[in-house]
Design a protein around this ligand. Structure first.
Ligand code: PRT
Ligand code: ZN
Length: 293
């Protein structure tokens, strides 16, 4: 029987998020994970656990059908002219978000990309960095490093760096300031753009439809409250990303109704306080576990 093979990072920032997403999509894996393979017990899906940098090539070569990888790695492989050019993004997964940024020592002479002309830039993403600068007419020397890129300026290996940033703590700790965003990235599901096996695509489409529900429900909340009838319109207007809330009678009351709504955007404390100020009471915000839109 046909089985879908997905490449997932074996350990690192993409592995936990990737495995978690697949499990939330209903895949169950047997205990006793072998080093390279894992098979779902309840769906025709196998995982291949590898280094993230190898994932585009594994999918492009047909060793795997789909893969979960950061857009930064996909783009690097595509620009470096390897087989990854024939890949496409099937679904954006909404985790492992980060930004590839150019940064240089704070208070130093480099504050914009023009200052990088003729200078050395350390990065793990040489193809992306080079293409970005060339498109802007800046010619620099790219120094390829794999790991601890942030120490390069201090060691005089390079004048600036181009590295991934999430919280910004690493740049801060190394006295570096970012001055240009090169790429925004998140985890994506990739596949070959052409010549896919329709039977495998069918399995993948079930999985991706579930994944869309998981991703959407992670940001979505169910909100319930008692609302004064005369403030109903003002209260509805405060609900973030809610479509047509449900309004229900409360037994024995004609001044207050029960209001239920699905909010497709984050619900902050400020929103709850604003609702309360409009007279809403007994406000509950509940997580949504699964959702089919
Ligand atoms: O062994 P393998 O090659 O599989 O793992 P890896 O070391 O290449 O990958 P890993 O697990 O570090 O990252 C995998 C993917 O996670 C990356 O390709 C990105 O798509 C994504 N990601 C998201 C990040 C970050 N956030 C991130 N902050 N990858 C790396 N970082 C590093 C960054 O390089 C820098 O050193 O974290 C540091 C900065 O973090 P802050 O929070 O201090 O800004
Ligand atoms: Zn890697």
């Amino acid at each position: 029987m046909t089985r879908l093979r997905i490449a997932v990072q074996s350990k690192g920032r993409l592995s936990e998020g990737g495995m978690d997403l697949l499990k939330r999509c209903g895949l169950r894996f047997a205990y006793g994970r072998d080093k390279l393979h894992q098979s779902a017990e309840n769906m025709p899906v196998d995982l291949m656990l590898v280094r993230d940098d190898d994932i585009p090539n594994f999918v492009a070569s047909g060793a795997c059908d789909y893969g979960i990888v950061g857009e930064n790695v996909l783009k690097e492989e595509q620009l470096a002219g390897r087989r990854a050019k024939e890949l496409e993004v099937a679904l954006r997964l909404g985790f492992a978000t980060c930004t590839l940024k150019l940064a240089a020592p704070k208070g130093g002479e480099i504050t914009s990309i023009q200052d990088l002309a003729g200078k050395a830039i350390a990065t793990s993403y040489p193809a992306i960095t080079d293409a970005y600068l060339r498109e802007r007419g800046v010619v620099s020397e790219i120094v390829e490093m794999h790991g601890s890129v942030e120490v390069a300026p201090r060691l005089n290996i390079a004048a600036a760096i181009c590295d991934l940033v999430s919280s910004g703590a690493t740049l801060e700790a190394n006295g570096l300031g970012a001055f240009e965003t090169v790429l925004n990235s998140e985890a994506v599901m990739i596949r070959p753009a052409q010549n896919r096996d329709p039977a495998k695509d069918e399995i993948a489409s079930i999985l991706m439809r579930r994944a869309q529900g998981v991703i959407a429900s992670a940001q979505t909340k169910y909100i319930m409250m008692n609302a004064p009838v005369d403030r109903l319109e003002a209260i509805k207007a405060l609900l973030p990303g809610a479509e047509a809330p449900t309004v229900a009678q409360i037994a024995g009351r004609d001044d207050v109704v029960a209001l239920h709504a699905v909010c497709r955007e984050r619900v902050f404390w400020e929103t709850l306080e604003a609702l309360e100020a409009e007279g809403a009471r007994a406000i509950l915000v509940l997580p949504i576990e699964k959702m089919l839109a």
